[in-house]
Design a protein around this ligand. Sequence first.
Ligand code: SF4
Length: 312
Amino acid sequence: MPAVVTDIVAEIQALKVREDATILAHYYQEGEIQAIADFTGDSLQLARAATQVTNGTIVFCGVHFMAETAKILNPAKRVLLPDLKAGCSLADSCPAPKLARYQEMLRENGRKFQTVTYINSTAATKALCDWVVTSGNAEQIIGRVPADMEILFVPDRHLGQYLQEITGRKMILWDGACMVHEIFSVGDLIRQQASLPGCITVAHPECPANIRSQSDFVGGTEAIIRFVATLPDSCDILVATEPNMIWQLERRYSNHRFHPVAGISCACNACPHMALNTLEKIRDCLESGSPEITWDPCFDRAGEVLRRSLLS
Ligand code: SF4
């Protein structure tokens, strides 16, 4: 590790003690950030981990809606997000006022429905919904929507399509997508598969149907980790999700070779929002206590929906 990185890591460790902090990091963060975290995970695991933190401060290395969720589920803690501009194209695609107007229009047309939101949404949007799902628990939560109700699924149309396929429930789908998963190139994937005979392809359900149908396994990041554990030694594994996930896979499974699937417009498909967090910003937010996620009135209602969906 370069000296400058070790210096920053040492500074962060000292500040963590001084500020009584726990660092949570998503699998899509740079490896050097995952390496210093107290806990790494997918959205569901991180939300649950946030409820267990006993230190006074949580430094959330992920994007804004995740840090909001941590604050909502453990309101007594100070929650810091290293870069407040770390957003999400999915959360941006479904602003609360637009969702409220659409729900009103459906009700005026006599439609009986419950609204299910992917966790990748703002707290204001969650506050308008009946359920929150992650890629890890979506199938189970969909089963809790009464059979005589329609489902309005927001904001990810690709995950919604996938859930329709595996649950058989018809859904009204919001027209949102993840800017990272939407741009995988099926042509490049087929070429990569041809160049690696016997390879296994794993894909996140935020990928479009043409990528999912070309894959051997579809699941959220935690499900991908569990699937790889079942494979025989020495596989070539093509990974169709944010490429920092490969750091986590290589750390656990050095017996395999992992290859990122290329994107149409970008060779790496890295999430530009996740990339805003850096070791320097983690140090600086611990030093200054800012940026901090502060309480908003919509957090009360969003909290009810989150707790019912993720913690019970
Ligand atoms: Fe949002 Fe996609 Fe980035 Fe995840 S990878 S934070 S869904 S833009």
